[in-house]
Design a protein around this ligand. Sequence first.
Ligand code: NAP
Length: 516
Amino acid sequence: MLYIDPDACVDCGACVSACPVGAIGPDTRLEPKQLPFIELNAAFYPKREGKLPPTSKLAPVIAAPKIERRGGPLTVAIVGSGPAAMYAADELLTQRGVRVNVFEKLPTPYGLVRAGVAPDHQSTKRVTRLFDRMTQQRGFRFFLNVEVGKHVTHADLLEHHHAVLYAVGAPNDRRLDIDGMDLPGTGTATEMVAWINGHPEFTELPVDLSHERVVIVGNGNVAFDVARVLTTDPDALARTDISDHALAALRASRVQEVVVAARRGPAASAFTLPELIGLTSTGEVVLDATDHARVVADLASETDPLTRNKLEVLAKLGDAAAPITRPRIRLAYHLTPQRVLGVDRVTGIEFGVTGTDETRTLDAGLVLTSIGYRGKAIADLPFDDDASVVPNDGGRVRGTTGAYVAGWIKRGPTGFIGTNKSCAGETVHNLVADYNAGKLADPVRKPADLEKLVRSRQPEVVDAAGWQAIDAAEIARGGEDRPRDKFATVAEMLSVAAAAPKPTVRQRLLASLHAH
Ligand code: NAP
């Protein structure tokens, strides 16, 4: 949510025209489902008699990093191409002459924006337009379909760059360690999101939607994304970039209720207020009588204004005792998962009622955990297994020279796309400061050697032109009704990328002159 201070704003409109995802608009033009925000914002910011809000509420503005060292251009390898990687590249390229080479394991870029953001959140996905513009800057280069650790090593990258910045996210799920989690019919919400979004490594995920109830353990925004997609009319999803296999499965789905189960109470809900409002304004969301009573009790003692706002929305939800007329979502509280039930496959899940000796069983054909992501160790870098991050100081990897991190592998799996801008900014500041201080060794190889090395290890490397060809083909396949129809296999992506126009002799010459 954004609050524009009516006292300070000069109404220039620059924020409205510059916001890459169109998230800023005047209150007079809100859609009906956005109207609750007017009251929420007004309640959050009490009348201030002309005084500006305390500066602690404002994000600090950090000046762009300035390169002060003379000599060869700063050259940085970025591993990963999600938001943290793209914001880091953009921050680096604010300085003249900097070169950034972005390495991505898949033939398509943009990480969780492509494979994690739910397909019915198309406006969020629009940030890729901004990322596409970043890729067109002089000094930016894509090496897609190249896996660092497999095709090239950390040491290879350091020979060709001053620094290597890892923005690889948190690719694993946190696993719930209870009996029955290995039965068919169990899974994780994060895998499910990847399957929904057509991530090529998840196309074969067995997703059985032939039962009436799905239970999701955990009530963060990812749980909401999955619950929403499972209960949304497939005809509406057919107008998004959802994968073809997920759409076909959802059309045949018999799911009538998705229970989103949290181990704590309503005031401790992990989902955010905008996501709750989004959920309740588009679908049917209910609570049972015991949970309604818990919401009322929490409201009586809660003082935090944002949590109160959440509780007020929860208090208005319908009653779960009402007959089910269309697929719906039930939010449930104080349920600590104890074991998944079933012999050959899942038949339900047993919870302990948190803080008591009671148990409660819910029948379900699919049990998904949505209890957060986990970072994965990176070859040749230290790893903090408990926090599942690479230990670092402001993005500088501890105990190394020339290695940096940004995004979820730096700070853990929290925050929104925009959080990665300031996170990457901090890392880039420290990287540039180290470069200015002469702490980063100059690359021992010539820039043009990098292309030869990568091609020798991975002949099917995809460049920016290859990605543009995949992008254009997907958009064309989407036709009139869909923003795009994604390729869900690497083979299809590579065959389209291979047909992309190759650079002319003149372009190759110019590129090689620039590289030297
Ligand atoms: P999350 O917000 O950290 O939520 C994790 C949930 O799992 C919490 O309800 C937590 O409960 C529960 N949990 C953890 N361990 C558990 C256990 N052993 N047993 C039962 N429950 C357990 O994680 P997420 O939903 O994966 O989201 C990750 C980040 O991405 C968040 O910052 C989220 O806001 C962001 N995201 C944003 C959007 C969006 O803006 N639209 C969409 C998706 C994701 P406790 O609180 O009790 O630990």
